[in-house]
Design a binder for this molecule. Structure first.
Ligand SMILES: *Cc1c(COP(=O)(O)O)cnc(C)c1O
Length: 403
């Protein structure tokens, strides 16, 4: 490391978050590279047996094996931890890998997990199909109903898990209020911050204990690689790290490198995604074919005051209801469009569109879809960074195809 790097490191905590997202995380090697280095190696060598034993037995801090640690993955974790104001961060192979590791690390047979109804489809499936089998009890709680959360917490629960805004109906959980309820009952509050990202919302600052990320979405931002992360106080993250070491849902160094670079533009991208999504949401509200628009940036969102308190933008995802539509009309809309990518991913610079009831949430039981409010008439759009007027024109193509 050069003297300049040492001087910068000593004042890094005084820098603004946007600067930290670009400058924090990795140390320059002797090669004086400008961009962050990537370490595509499965294991690491030692100069002698004593140092090797120290690394294996006493956790001396030296890298051992890439399932356990890798400098590029560690760099991604340090950068994201600074952005989320977290003491510690652990990376995983995918967002679901992060959620799996969290649950494996913190739950045991007999524990009860509370989960908001508006969670990602695979998250609900992971609990309902697998964890319940091992003696974990699952209680679903209506996402926005604080009375229902309070009620559910009257019976001991290990953790309360929520996503806010929810996918795809954009319902909001009051993180600060829920964290007070959870703390009083000794229950950990976990927030999946995938939709807002730390650029717009910092759940730990609002009182959450743990933050989950699917890095696959906005942290990459260009739909290239998969990854996940778990963040929080050190004592809560250490068991997650221990599970990943043994469970093997490790993030690859190449993916970590892509995410490190993605984080550098996160603030900028999230601001632009929010701006464009708001424009599209306002325009959609005016269209005769649309009966309702769900977007966190709209003034008429039923929880607009709460959103203004806990987030600094609406993010890039919106959904809307087509008037008098069932499955075939919704599909006609999709089939009429051609600019928007017909794909399930979100958080990309490319605008994506999908029909949640028959794709992302298609494997759920009808009763779960009903509880989540995912109707056949619902369309989800993740607004990218193309010109928003081109996206509107594409929506018009979809509306024309309805006739
Ligand atoms: C995509 C997603 C996940 C799962 O992440 P993967 O990287 O696809 O495993 C979890 N939560 C939310 C909110 C998501 O959108």
């Amino acid at each position: 490391m050069m003297d300049r790097d040492r001087r910068l490191k000593s004042l890094i905590e005084t820098l603004d978050p946007e600067t930290q997202a670009i400058r924090v995380g990795m140390e320059r090697t002797g090669e004086r590279e400008h961009s962050e280095p990537i370490y595509p190696t499965s294991s690491f060598v030692f100069s002698d047996a004593e140092i090797m034993a120290d690394a294996f037995i006493n956790d001396s801090g030296l890298s051992i094996y890439a399932r356990v640690d890798n400098p590029t993955v560690d760099g991604f974790c340090r950068r994201l931890a600074v952005m989320e104001n977290a003491e510690a961060c652990e990376a995983a192979a995918t967002g679901m890998g992060a959620i799996l590791a969290l649950l494996m690390a913190h739950c045991q047979a007999g524990d009860r997990v509370l989960m908001s109804t508006g969670v990602f489809g695979a998250t609900l499936t992971l609990l309902k199909k697998f964890f319940v089998k091992y003696g974990i009890e699952l209680t679903l709680v209506q996402t926005t109903d604080m009375g229902a959360w309070e009620q559910a917490l009257q019976t001991p629960a290990k953790l309360a898990y929520c996503e806010t805004p929810s996918n795809p109906t954009i319902e909001i959980v009051d993180i600060a209020a829920l964290s007070l309820l959870c703390r009083a009952q000794d229950c950990l509050l976990v927030v999946d911050n995938c939709f807002m990202t730390p650029a717009l919302q910092k759940p730990l600052d609002l009182g959450a204990d743990i933050v989950i990320h699917s890095a696959t979405k906005y942290l990459d931002g260009q739909g290239r690689v998969m990854g996940g992360a778990v963040l929080g106080r050190r004592e809560l993250i250490e068991p997650v790290t221990a599970f990943i070491r043994s469970g093997g849902v490790t993030m690859s160094p190449f993916n970590a490198w892509v995410f490190l670079k993605g984080l550098e533009t996160l603030e900028l991208r999230m601001r632009e995604h929010s701006k464009r999504a708001l424009k599209l949401a306002q325009w959609l509200e005016q269209q005769p074919e649309v009966s309702h628009v769900n977007y966190a940036g709209l003034e008429d969102h039923p929880q607009a005051a709460l959103i203004a308190r806990q987030a600094s933008g609406g993010g890039g995802v919106l959904s809307f209801e087509l008037k008098d539509a069932g499955r075939s009309r919704a599909w006609s809309f999709l089939n009429g469009t051609c600019l928007m990518s017909l794909t399930a991913n979100l958080g990309d610079v490319k605008t994506t569109v999908c029909h949640p009831a028959t794709t992302t949430h298609g494997r759920l039981e009808q009763v779960d879809r009903d509880v989540m409010g995912i109707r056949e008439s619902l369309i989800r759009i993740s607004v990218g960074l193309e010109s928003v007027s081109d996206v509107m024109t594409d929506c018009e193509r979809g509306f024309k195809n309805l006739a």
